[in-house]
Design a protein around this ligand. Structure first.
Ligand code: TPP
Length: 666
């Protein structure tokens, strides 16, 4: 099959009523006129950057009009027509582009990098692909809540080369999610032509490989876009399933204005100029006597006045002012911590059972909580944390996933956008690297950028001392404590694990919950049988002494305690941090001010770990109280080796005792 859409004659189907035909026209005209104005402002140096969608308006406008207002759309950088067709206030949109406080991101992000729940638009992040998986999550929520809605998500043909695209389509197909995947094939991804981007005739052909219905639509024909998408969307509501649509179109201007179109053959631009969706449609409406020249002039004057008025509003608004506490306060959604007290009835539980019990009781607590993970349903997860859950809560809420960390973390974010909660079990914390992008760029930054929280807990079975080598032993908390917008929890005892997990699930912000594998079946404790919570940012002082403050978290807490048991003459405060972000600095400082000596023991390799920051904080805040230098004890700076003698040498267990004695004798 070979279709050259540029040469295909433009045929409009005239079954639509006059009012609808005019509506399509006006909605296409508005983004074109806004863009033309922006290009002018760009030349005058009044805006910094512009990604043009000129020539592609029929796609954004046609899809938006074909969907219902309460159906989510996830547009890209050339889809101004989605925003204008959903009637976003133009002054707010312009303020967004100019970095003003009344913009959708209060000046914190540029262009179309924002979402708005009020208009059911979820904007892109720069990385292009992640929103495809987010659409899966929104569609999953729709399916779980029996809402019969369609979620439309856009990508360019360049974006289809990203792993996110393949993962998202696969998940949507396996779970039969009502996602309308819209590829705008506009010929170029920056300067890269389609021939260097993919090696199949049509991207729609890929639908077959995913077991997905696919269509090719002329993206420059508004009536074709609107009528076909309307029909497809109706059938997706009746029979929920994903559908892939490839819109053939062309990028008429540079990738962004500054980069130009020198690399695009002139002939190609000329051919596609003849296919301008707006001009051709305008002519068609005139030929059919549906609109007149006078109508065109009037409507253009009206839109022009609207643009001018709203530009004035945005331009006259004062520049945004930096206020540190405003900035910091928006990193996380406010969490109204509710304390559920532990009752007196207790049962001895292993670390793994305490986590399992917390998770189960949270599932009972939250009707809209879903757990996602590899092999977590009938199999119960590789560590059996969710054993038996599927019988109790059903396959809808305990979802086995394909092996695709990115798309699943994005799905969890999508669930949150649609008002649900998600826990994702990473099979091993090491594998988070395959889903790193959505964690640090999407989950972490959304609330700061446009007040969208990520109600997601990522469970991270982590840690060494289990003879599992470089890819099943990492304790990678420092990858995340570094990133503003993430909370990081790392319990060492069953009691804490259960209470902190319950809090993590209640917290509307993204939480990375580290569970040390070596503790799962080796540590036991009496744990209250009821549902209870423990606040974040509160370390526990598990041993009191006078000579030294030992600060640690996770399995290393147990190593510190073993060392102190072997050395009963050393009198130490032992602080188990429990949560790394937020960090309880008050408990640390109070103890160090009392003992005058601090040693920090961490399992992770030394450089750039949590111990370094704790050490710096103590220096900055307790310097006058110190009687000795602060010591950090950590693993050596190598990957984690497999063989026992090598792993023993890597870990800091044995070095800790020597360092502790050195500090006491300083
Ligand atoms: C992960 C990532 N890599 C590279 C870029 C730089 N970049 C931004 S848009 C773009 C081209 C995208 O092409 P396509 O998906 O076809 O969309 P189009 O711009 O043509 O509409 C590139 C390379 C990016 N934003 N993110």
């Amino acid at each position: 099959m070979s279709i050259n859409f540029a040469k295909k004659p433009l045929i409009y189907n005239n079954d639509l009523k006059t009012k609808k035909l005019i509506n399509l026209y006006v909605n296409m005209l508005k983004p074109r006129m806004i863009e033309e104005r922006m290009l002018l402002l760009l030349r005058q140096g009044k805006i910094s950057k512009w990604f043009s969608g000129i020539g592609q308006e029929a796609i954004a406008v046609g899809v938006t009009l074909a969907l219902k207002k309460d159906e989510y759309i996830l547009p890209m950088h050339r889809n101004l027509g989605v925003f204008t067709t959903r009637n976003l206030p133009l002054s707010k949109l312009f303020a967004q582009w100019f970095g003003k406080a009344s913009g959708f991101t209060k000046g914190r992000d540029r262009s179309f990098h924002f979402g708005t729940q009020a208009y059911k638009i979820i904007g892109m992040i720069s990385h292009l692909g992640p929103q495809l998986g987010i659409a899966d999550g929104i569609a999953l929520a729709s399916k779980l809540k029996n809402k019969n809605t369609v979620t439309a998500v856009f990508t360019g043909e360049g974006g289809t080369s990203e792993g996110d695209f393949h993962e998202a389509l696969n998940v949507a197909s396996v779970w039969q999610l009502p996602v309308l995947f819209c590829i705008e094939n506009n010929g170029y991804g920056l300067s890269t032509p389609t021939s260097e981007q993919y090696n199949c005739e049509h991207l729609a052909d890929r639908g077959l490989g995913y077991g997905m219905e696919a269509h090719i639509i002329d993206g420059n024909n508004i009536i074709e876009v609107y009528t076909k998408i309307k029909k497809i969307a109706k059938s997706m509501r009746e029979n929920p399933r994903p559908v892939l649509v490839e819109f053939k179109t062309f990028r008429m201007r540079g990738h962004e204005e500054a980069s130009g179109t020198k690399y695009v053959p002139e002939a190609l631009l000329k051919t596609w100029a003849k296919k301008d969706p707006l001009k051709n449609y305008e002519q068609f409406l005139k030929n059919k006597n549906i609109i007149t020249d006078a109508f065109e002039a009037n409507i253009k004057a009206e839109i022009d006045a609207e643009i001018k008025h709203n530009l004035d509003l945005a331009f006259t608004e004062n520049n945004v002012v930096f206020n540190e506490s405003n900035e910091l306060n928006d990193v996380f959604k406010y969490f109204d911590f509710h304390e559920f007290n532990p009752k007196t009835e207790e049962k001895e539980l292993r670390f793994v059972d305490a986590i399992s019990e917390g998770l189960k009781q949270s599932m009972q607590q939250h009707k809209y909580l879903v757990i996602l993970g590899q092999d977590i349903a009938e199999y119960g997860g590789v560590f059996k944390v969710t054993e038996g859950f599927v019988n109790q809560f059903g396959k809808e809420r305990i979802k086995n996933t394909p092996i695709c960390e990115s798309a699943i973390i994005e799905t969890a974010m999508g669930l949150s956008i649609a008002g649900m909660k998600a826990v994702v079990e990473l099979q091993f914390a090491d594998f988070i690297s395959s889903g790193f992008n959505p964690v640090v760029n999407y989950l972490a930054k959304s609330h700061y950028r446009w007040q969208q929280n990520a109600d997601v807990v990522l469970r991270m079975p982590c840690g060494a001392d289990v003879g599992a080598g470089p890819f099943h032993s990492q304790t990678n908390e420092a990858w995340f404590t570094k990133t503003p917008g993430l909370k990081v929890v790392y319990p060492a005892f069953p009691y804490d694990a259960k209470g902190l997990l319950n809090t993590a699930i209640n917290d509307p912000n993204p939480v990375l919950f580290f569970e040390h594998k070596a503790l799962y079946r080796s540590v036991r404790q009496l744990v209250p049988t009821n549902y209870y919570t423990i606040p974040f940012g509160s370390a526990s002082v598990i041993k009191k002494g006078t000579q030294v403050t030992v600060i640690s978290y996770g399995a290393a807490v147990h190593w510190a305690l073993e060392t102190l048991t072997k050395n009963p003459d050393i009198s130490a405060d032992v602080i188990d941090l429990r949560t790394l972000q937020p960090l309880d600095t008050e408990t640390i400082f109070n103890s160090v001010k009392k003992t005058g000596r601090a040693i920090i023991l961490q399992e992770d390799s030394l450089f750039g770990g949590v111990a370094s920051d704790v050490s710096a904080l103590i220096t900055e805040n307790c310097f006058e109280y110190l009687d000795a230098p602060i010591l950090r004890v950590a693993s050596i700076n190598t990957p984690i080796p497999f063989a026992k003698p090598l792993e023993d040498g890597y870990l800091p267990k044995n070095r800790f005792e020597i360092a502790l004695k050195k500090l006491i004798n300083y």
